[in-house]
Design a binder for this molecule. Structure first.
Ligand code: GDP
Length: 294
């Protein structure tokens, strides 16, 4: 798959060479091909344009047109640029405080509760005594779902049936964690099907009450353009620390990773690749660059 774009670019550049005139305009044709490939991979058009402008500058400085395999060199430049734009290195979460508190945000259906379980399992495997907190005060089913996951992975779940105040629940949960030797508290909050003011106010209030060492925004990678808009709205209100991209086991090419990173300028920290509790990976920008290039 990685070769596809390379071959395409090779052909495009060879055709251009055949025409005799090698100029900036010819590079522009190749750049257009790259932009199309990015948009095909679900990268937001505006971001694809910004990215390809950068690639163009990088290519102009590298004598692409005189290279033996211009397509391959071009792909290498694109790959390096995408990797860099997505943060270069992987970034782990910050676990700090006693207990360390991790707050999860995101829309309903994004995979937030599933990720809460996965993260708890990941943190537990590092030898940390962990507490999951069910803070969705609207959907009792969400509390039950978290309890089932907690049982599966052997992590206690804190909830307060009947209490409709997420700030109180999360404060009480942190007290409970302190008294019971829990070192990491993971709070699953209520999501809704679309962004709404009440949800935002609520999660803002939770965040300022508990001062988490890490606030993560969970988003479905299959939602394309919407993923970027939702990320922006949540970031404007919450100033989160990192992003979790879910459902990457589907056929999405992962362009959302690049778009979100470019628009909110926050690192993607985890990817979720299935419904099972071990289907979690750290985010590696170079692997995602490869996936986007297809
Ligand atoms: P929440 O409403 O944000 O808490 O979302 P859930 O955790 O309940 O997930 C919504 C649906 O997506 C459930 O059916 C999950 O099993 C499923 N799901 C969550 N994460 C993934 C993933 O990474 N891959 C796939 N294929 N399904 C997922």
């Amino acid at each position: 798959m990685f070769d596809n774009l390379s071959n395409k670019l090779d052909r495009a550049i060879k055709t251009l060479k055949g025409q005799g005139s090698i100029s900036e305009i010819n590079v522009a044709a190749t750049i257009k091909e790259i932009r199309r490939a990015l948009v095909d991979a679900d990268v937001n058009y505006k971001v694809a344009k910004e990215v390809t402008d950068k690639i163009k500058d990088a290519a102009m400085g590298r004598d692409v047109l005189t290279a033996v395999s211009p397509g391959q060199l071009m792909v290498k430049i694109v790959y390096d640029e995408l990797t860099e734009l997505m943060g270069g290195e992987k970034k782990d979460i910050v676990i700090k405080g006693d207990p360390a508190v991790i707050l999860l945000s995101g829309l309903q259906g994004s995979g937030k509760t599933t990720f809460a379980g996965k993260l708890a399992s990941y943190v537990k495997k590092q030898g940390r005594n962990t507490l999951l907190v069910a803070c969705d005060v609207y959907r009792p089913a969400a509390i039950d779902q978290l309890k089932v996951l907690g049982e599966q992975i052997g992590v206690e779940v804190y909830s307060e049936v009947g209490n409709k105040n997420p700030v109180e629940i999360s404060r009480n949960a942190i007290d409970y964690a302190r008294k019971n030797g829990k070192k990491v508290v993971i709070i699953d909050t209520a999501g809704r099907l679309a962004v709404d003011e009440q949800m935002m106010r609520e999660i803002e209030a939770v965040k300022s009450a508990i001062n988490p060492s890490e606030t993560l925004f969970v988003v479905d990678s299959m939602t394309g353009q919407d993923a970027v808009n939702t990320a922006k709205t949540f970031n404007d209100r919450l100033n989160f620390d990192g992003v979790v991209l879910t459902k990457l086991d589907g056929d999405s090419r992962g362009g959302a990773a690049l778009s979100i990173r470019a628009v909110v300028e926050k690192p993607i920290k985890f990817i979720s690749t299935g419904e099972k509790m071990d289907a979690l990976d750290l985010f590696y920008p170079d692997r995602m660059a490869q996936r986007i290039l297809g």
